[in-house]
Ligand binder design. Structure first.
Ligand code: CA
Length: 229
């Protein structure tokens, strides 16, 4: 449960999303323009923002940038609402720090799952040390050990770092550029293909029982246990 701000200029979509989020127990506020959205965030800081890309005054990506650049608001998770064909805006949004996206037309069930996963994340972020579990996966961060269904998996130091980065940012879309930066550190002789190669190897090592790494086409990856609808 949390306070969700819905930023969407199409009234029908705004109303149906607001209705369903309220039904699910969330507190909801709405905005139809970018300026109104920024006013609402200042007035009553939400736990999550659902942000449409196409708004009448300014683009959703601009709103995203404004929120992520301000230390007072940069920890608020943002789920972008995009139409098919808006891939460029979506990528730009992730580069600006958006956390997830849902493509229109979306099912209400999918949207609710994403909202819940994103709100849950903040409560599990606290346990950064010790053994953490996610489905069949168990990670001992201090000992650098990983198990899938009680069977220990042998990972290289780099693969472990990649897995841990995924785990810490679970349910959020992560661009290849961001992963390169976080896991490898910026290096001129490393390309984003390196990320794909290592993700592939990590997937193979974890096996089918641990299918948490989802490919987000044209963008990067999302580490998630939330079922796709
Ligand atoms: Ca719109």
């Amino acid at each position: 449960m949390g306070r969700v701000l819905i930023v969407e200029d199409e009234k029908d979509i705004r109303d149906v999303v607001a209705f369903n989020l309220k039904q699910a127990g969330h507190e909801v506020s709405t905005a139809g323009t970018a300026d109104e959205a920024l006013r609402q965030v200042r007035a009553n800081k939400p736990h999550l923002v659902l942000l449409d890309v196409m708004l009448p005054d300014r683009s959703g990506t601009e709103v995203c940038k404004t929120l992520k650049q301000n230390p007072a608001t940069n920890t608020i998770p943002i789920i972008m609402l995009t139409a098919r064909g808006e891939e460029v805006d979506r990528v730009v949004g992730f580069e600006l720090g958006a956390d997830d996206y849902v493509t229109k037309p979306f099912s209400m069930r999918e949207l609710l799952l994403r909202v819940q996963a994103m709100l849950r994340r903040s409560s599990t972020d606290v346990q950064s040390e010790g053994v953490v579990a996610m489905g069949s996966l168990k990670i001992d961060h201090a000992a650098h050990r990983v198990w899938v269904e009680a069977e220990e998996i042998d990972l290289t130091a780099l693969e472990f770092k990649l897995l841990w980065t995924f785990y810490q940012r679970k349910n959020r879309v992560q661009t290849r550029a961001r992963l390169l930066d976080d896991v490898w550190g910026v290096s001129p002789d490393i390309t984003t293909r390196t990320v794909d190669t290592h993700v592939k190897r990590l997937r193979e090592k974890l096996g089918p029982k641990c299918d948490f790494i989802e490919t987000v086409r044209g963008v990067g990856y999302r580490f998630t246990s939330a079922p796709e609808s």
